[in-house]
Design a protein around this ligand. Structure first.
Ligand SMILES: C[N+](C)(C)CCCC[C@H](N)C(=O)O
Ligand SMILES: O=C(O)CCC(=O)C(=O)O
Ligand SMILES: [Fe+2]
Length: 422
């Protein structure tokens, strides 16, 4: 058996879910290294024992390992050297000055030894990388995997998943409960904690288990009712169509927390819609419309001029934001109330943009995509404001809603510290 056939035999061992990738072909060709084609310089080394084969190219090394063909640029390899003089593994920070690497660097010696790629650089420095580390960190590996695994949902999918709510007592005392809660939150973009005392303090305490509060012009923790105390329809009894909040921030708030402390009246149910489910449907149906919404930046705005508050915020960005290397959606800004004048789209594109926006709106408005819940005292909901839209039914009577925004970075950090993929 040749080394190559060993590699092929291992292909099946590595299961990957290749996501439908829209402009992947264009993207790849744009990003592709300009390899010197096979030349007499190219060396081939095979090591059947580790099932790894190396091919040296002009500015990169090709590694076939665990069923994946990967390319590692020489500057990249020197830059990612994990030797003690290059990298501080106590702080997980680079020591090496990347600006000092010769951009034409090539290793003098390359070998695969004991599951490691070993490179000797001109000047004598030796770098060692475990093949598994290389496989985990290669571009080829990353572009086929998602940054954050998610389950896109419509109402039926969410309901039949029967996700349990966390319970206040356990949530406050047991890390495992927080971990389970975060896993659900990451997968679905919403998660609940039940039996929370109906106070601002308890609501705040719950959030402290997973993140830091992101203070905004609305306060740190806010408690509001339909008193028009602020220049925004949220402070009324009117119905609010599905939307994401703070679309007018350059970085919209990552998480929204709501706790209804009191409602003496009718209506006021909360509407939840998975924006990623709708956007993925759009991507399947009309890739070119999806592309337009992900490419064209638009502006959102919050202008407030009341007796007590003066604010003028703007945020610019596309409706759908995707990671350029794998086309995974990571953020949707969708707020028809706060969308401001469109003057960032050339006239030849405006019509198509509206068509694309309408198509997304149609998906978001399908009744089967709507999840309605009545928030009641004790039930705290965490909403991924980069993904899941919220809205509300009009209501009567006194309704008091408290909550806060959380920093996305800190929620994700907590999740990663629990060993979750985020
Ligand atoms: C949640 N809280 C009531 C504090 C603020 C509401 C902000 C409303 C604004 N139109 C937006 O969508 O961002
Ligand atoms: O009143 C509600 O249920 C939510 C209102 C709203 O959209 C918000 O406060 O962001
Ligand atoms: Fe809102």
């Amino acid at each position: 058996m040749t080394a190559e056939s060993v590699c092929v035999a291992m292909l099946g061992a590595l299961k990957r879910t290749v996501r439908p990738a829209l402009q992947q072909a264009q993207l790849l060709s744009a990003l592709r290294h300009t390899h010197t084609p096979w030349t007499h310089k190219t060396q081939v080394r095979a090591c059947a024992a580790t099932s790894a084969t190396l091919h040296l190219h002009q500015d990169s090394l090709e590694l076939n390992y665990a069923g994946t063909q990967m390319h590692f640029n020489y500057v990249w390899l020197r830059d990612h050297c994990r030797s003690v003089s290059s990298y501080n593994s106590q702080t997980n920070q680079r020591i090496l000055d990347t600006g000092s690497i010769d951009l034409n660097i090539r290793p003098d010696r390359t070998a695969v030894e004991d599951g490691h790629l070993v490179l000797s650089w001109p000047g004598g420095h030796v770098s060692k990388y475990s093949l598994n580390w290389l496989a985990e960190n290669s571009y080829e590996g990353k572009k086929q995997s998602t940054v954050q695994p998610r389950i896109f949902w419509n109402s039926d999918i969410y309901k039949s998943a029967n996700i349990p709510s966390a319970k206040w007592d356990t949530f406050m005392s047991c890390d495992d409960e927080v971990k389970k809660f975060l896993q659900n939150y990451l997968l679905y973009g919403i998660a609940f904690v039940d039996d929370v005392p109906a106070t601002v303090e308890a609501t705040e305490a719950v959030t402290q288990r997973v993140s830091l509060i992101r203070e905004t012009t609305y306060g740190r923790t806010w408690c509001f009712t339909s008193d028009f105390s602020r220049g925004d329809t949220a402070y009324s009894q009117l119905a609010l169509d599905r939307h994401t909040d703070t679309s007018y921030f350059q970085e919209p708030c990552g998480i929204q927390v709501f706790h209804c402390l009191k409602h003496e009246g009718t209506g006021g149910r909360t509407l939840l819609v998975d924006g990623f489910y709708a956007a993925e449907t759009l991507r399947q149906r009309s890739p070119e419309h999806f592309e337009l919404l992900s490419r064209v930046p638009i502006r959102h705005e919050y202008i407030e001029n009341t007796d007590n508050h003066r604010n003028h915020m703007t945020g610019i960005g596309p409706v759908v934001n995707v990671y350029p290397w794998n086309n995974e959606i990571y953020l949707i800004r969708y707020n028809n109330y706060d969308r401001s004048v469109i003057n960032t789209i050339p006239h030849g594109v405006v019509q198509q943009w509206y068509v694309a926006h309408r198509e997304l709106t149609t998906e978001l408005r399908r009744p089967e995509n709507e999840l309605w819940v009545k928030l009641s005292p004790g039930k705290v909901i965490f909403i991924d404001n980069w993904r899941v839209m919220h809205g509300r039914e009009s209501f009567t009577g006194l309704r008091q809603l408290c909550g806060c925004y959380l920093t996305r970075d800190d929620v994700l950090s907590t999740a990663r510290c629990f060993g979750l993929q985020a």
